[in-house]
Design a protein around this ligand. Structure first.
Ligand SMILES: Cc1ncc(COP(=O)(O)O)c(C=O)c1O
Length: 452
């Protein structure tokens, strides 16, 4: 068990969970190091997969507690969490509404019996999630991870079309189960070791970062669809892990048109963008697209594992053609995750957090652009809402900046093909003072790295 002797970080007068960074011991401090070496003795070495890499405990910290936008590590350092569970903590850590819902549910019922005997919590969650689809009458398949939701969507598509083929986009990430992995355009190194076990009917088109790249992307999509064997077009409305790339506004509508003409279903992977993260409740709605299938995850459970595959009734009816219950799992519709998730959806709505993400995100991106203009190694700021990318010159600089910022008390992660994009996905509730503090730290960090 983690020790109970961690000194509480100094209070600054800011409200709990909204405190600026406080670094007492250069991270990782001795407690973190100790626990990290234990981690390395037992965990499958998935995190050190680059050939020649040795485990590097000095690149990590061990979380001990968190509240709002703050994370406390085992050495009592306090960070501002700009990663927020890879974008999952839309309301921050231990947010009041989901915490209360979780607490109440935990004293009543943890789980029903999967697809057999549902809980009231699951049914209420289904209704709320169905209401997130842009048209009424949608049906929902609850799952546990983003990867699961995409798997469910791919199955839904093949049941409808009978076609095994998938069109996906380079740079896109849909999770690593065998269904979505086949459509992973993020890095071929994710697929290569497993290629022999993956769906071979996947075509990739380039993802357009701007207007200039649009026609090449659409041409590639059109020619892949012309073969007639593609039943699903899976697309991130804004690339998340691929570097917070917001494509031209006409991209998604045109892809939707191409998919429809070809008789394929459009799967919108809103696992990252959805629920306000991109500055709208759904990124598809920003450009007037109603996808055939919508996938949600990450923020949906407020930190608990739950995701959803959502589609209109006529598309979901295809599941009736299967013999028996052919897609389920032990924890399907888990009551704890459902109650927590329902509270998240309500809180995002009640707090107008999508609109807030849009406003605060615009301002934040402007400030970053001003402060980083001409900074060594800085290329550009990308993204939308509160999914913001800071593109740097190289992956090496991305890793160095990430580490340097940790030392300054800011948790960020890297994305983009080479890890060259710092990815900022804070809670949608984050105070602008904390973002302002980061802008300064980011500028200082690049200057310091250039001098080193
Ligand atoms: C757009 C997108 N889709 C799917 C996934 C997979 O989600 P999970 O890691 O929960 O399986 C992710 C995860 O980062 C994602 O960003």
């Amino acid at each position: 068990m983690p020790p109970s002797t961690i000194p509480p970080p100094m209070e600054t007068g800011a409200s709990p969970g909204a405190e600026p960074p406080l670094i007492r011991l250069v991270p990782p401090g001795p407690m973190s190091r100790d626990w990290l070496s234990r981690l390395q003795r037992t965990e499958c070495p998935i995190c050190f997969a680059t050939p020649g890499d040795e485990p590097e405990p000095e690149l990590s910290i061990v979380y001990s507690a968190a509240h709002g936008c703050n994370v406390i590590d085992l050495d009592g350092n306090r960070y501002v969490d700009l990663a927020a569970g890879f974008g999952a903590f839309l309301l921050g850590h231990l947010a009041q509404r989901p915490s209360r819902a979780l607490d109440q549910q935990s004293h009543r019922l943890w789980a029903g019996l999967g697809d057999l005997y549902p809980s009231d919590a699951k049914i209420a969650m289904l209704e709320l999630v169905a209401g997130l689809y842009p048209k009424p009458g949608a049906r929902v398949l609850l799952c546990q991870s983003g990867s699961d939701a995409i798997t469910a969507a791919l199955k839904t598509a093949v049941l409808n079309t009978g076609r095994p083929g998938i069109l996906a986009f380079r740079g896109a990430y849909h999770g690593l189960g065998y269904g979505p992995l086949a459509a992973c355009g993020y890095k071929s190194s994710f697929r290569d070791p497993f290629l022999a076990q993956l769906n071979p009917h996947v075509a990739f088109a380039p993802y357009p970062a701007d207007q200039k790249e649009l026609s090449a992307s659409l041409d590639a999509a059109r020619s892949a669809l012309a073969a007639g064997s593609i039943g699903a077009v899976v697309v991130e409305p804004v690339l998340g892990r691929g570097g917070c790339v917001d494509p031209p506004a006409s991209f998604l509508p045109l892809v939707a048109e191409l998919a429809e003409e070809a008789g394929a279903l459009l799967i919108a992977d809103e696992i990252w963008t959805g629920l306000g993260r991109c500055g709208a409740m759904l990124a598809c709605s920003r450009v007037g697209v109603v996808p055939d299938i919508l996938c949600l995850g990450k923020g949906l459970g407020g930190g608990l594992p739950i995701s959803a595959c959502v589609a209109p009734d006529n598309i979901m009816q295809a599941w009736k053609r299967t013999v028996g219950v052919v897609h389920t799992s032990t924890f399907q519709g888990n009551a704890l995750a459902c109650s927590t998730g329902a509270a998240v959806i309500e809180a995002v709505r009640a707090g107008n957090l999508a609109e807030r993400a849009d406003e605060v995100g615009r301002d934040f991106m402007d400030r970053l652009r001003d402060a980083l203009h001409g900074a060594p190694g800085f290329r550009k700021v990308t993204g939308t809402g509160l999914m913001v990318g800071i593109a740097l010159q190289s992956g090496a600089l991305g890793a160095a900046a990430c580490r340097n910022l940790l030392g300054r008390g800011y948790i960020v992660v890297t994305g983009g093909a080479q890890g060259e994009v710092l990815t900022i996905t804070p809670p949608l509730t984050i105070g602008e003072d904390l973002l302002e503090g980061f802008v300064q730290a980011m500028a200082d960090s690049l200057e310091a790295l250039a001098r080193a």
